[in-house]
Design a protein around this ligand. Structure first.
Ligand code: KG4
Ligand code: ZN
Length: 370
């Protein structure tokens, strides 16, 4: 990110919130003003540190957060053109995520808030993703968040449909096994693609034809859930079959440029099946409780086919679709600061000395609440 000019005083609205996000493998710091303008959103990816292992190693992630924080926070403040003493409140992710990683960000946030006597918000990571589609790039004001909306969060750890009403979140549909991003990563890893494999699988799938394979959308009558592990296993078996038949050489580390057409076709079919499952669950939900606004977020919300298919569906149904801007789809701290801003009016800041991290923080599920 390039350091940019300080916004003119009349442009900056208070409260100014410092956001911190370290729940997994991205070290992120952001400054968001009272109008929901993202003045700066710095994200230091740990891709290089985890790449030799093909995935995130929790112990490596915590150490990298500690190492990255000084530079990331400096970069964010510089880009925003503000100083720490301009900040009015601090927000950090308290879960869900990797405990060691969460501890780094939450402890930093608590220390800054306590030291400066500022309100502190320990945030649910998914609360951040849920509001991220209402953010704008280029320092523009955020959209007003509707009183009620449906959130679709698709990432490496989550595949969820949630209902948000009056700031309360209720889970409607969850995955029973793997998350969508996780299976993109695993399929890509099996083909020797470098971590994180999801974006690359998406790119390669654009070049294939999905019609060569028929993957079923898993369904149990009247029971809403996502499930991706069956599709993952079938896809891995098809990769094996291609290798056995000599249509695909044994995996060699590479960017996938050399993958033959049958492998690209398989990736296209795999991606299509992943996306069709999302469309199926969204359609069913819309039939039982019509969706007014659908806000789509999380790393996998960058998926090209998912964006196209949801846009088509929403246009036909007259649903107000909010696709997260690409720069806020992956983990970032702007969404954490913005989510805290929405809580500010309700006065529910916590005491920075009390808050603890949690690897899992479930929302009430629709079935529990019924
Ligand atoms: O939200 P995120 O940054 O972190 C989590 O909270 O998980 O999401 C990261 C996930 C990874 O699994 C990554 O491979 C996946 O999102 N991802 C994609 C795409 N871009 C990122 N998966 C499919 N298609 C993409 N274009
Ligand atoms: Zn996330």
């Amino acid at each position: 990110m390039n350091p940019s000019r300080r916004p003119p005083a009349e442009e900056l609205e208070h409260p100014l919130i410092l956001g911190i996000e370290t729940s997994c493998d991205d070290t992120a710091c952001a400054l968001v003003d009272g109008g929901g303008r993202v003045l700066a959103s710095a994200v230091s990816s740990q891709i290089a540190a985890h790449r030799p292992y093909g995935g995130v190693v929790p112990e490596v992630a915590s150490r990298e957060h500690l190492r990255n924080w000084p530079a990331v926070s400096r970069e964010a403040l510089l880009a925003a053109g503000v100083e720490v003493h301009d900040v009015d409140a601090v927000a950090a992710t308290r879960g869900p995520g990797l405990i060691g990683s969460l501890l780094v960000g939450l402890s930093l946030g608590r220390a800054i808030a306590f030291g400066r006597g500022l309100p502190f918000y320990g945030m649910h990571h998914i609360e951040g993703h849920l509001v991220s589609p209402f953010l704008h790039p280029d320092r523009r004001r955020a959209e007003a968040i509707p009183e009620r909306f449906t959130g679709l969060v698709v990432s490496g750890g989550h595949t969820s449909l949630l209902e948000v009403a009056g700031g309360r979140v209720r889970s409607l549909v969850e995955t029973r096994d793997d998350a969508m991003g996780e299976v993109f990563d695993k399929v890509g890893k099996r083909l020797g693609l470098p971590y994180p494999q999801g974006p690359r699988v998406d790119e390669l799938a654009e070049r294939g034809a999905g019609g060569a394979y028929r993957f079923r959308v898993p369904r149990i009558k009247d029971e809403p859930f996502f499930s991706y592990s069956g599709l993952k296993t079938q896809t891995l078996r098809e990769i094996e079959a291609l290798e056995r038949d000599g249509a695909l050489p044994a995996p060699a580390a590479g960017d996938g440029e050399a993958l033959p057409a049958p492998a690209l076709d398989l990736l296209a079919a795999f991606r299509r099946a992943c996306v069709e499952q999302v469309l199926d669950r969204v359609r069913r939900l819309h039939r039982s409780q019509p969706i007014g606004t659908l806000a789509v977020s999380g790393g996998v919300a960058a998926n090209r086919l998912l964006r196209r298919r949801l846009a088509e569906w929403a246009r036909r149904r007259g649903v107000d679709l909010r696709l997260v801007p690409l720069e806020f789809s992956g983990d970032n701290a702007a969404m954490i600061a913005f989510a805290a801003l929405t809580r500010l009016g309700r006065g529910d800041a916590g005491d920075p000395r009390d808050l603890v991290v949690a690897s899992r923080i479930p929302f009430t599920s629709a079935s529990e609440a019924a």
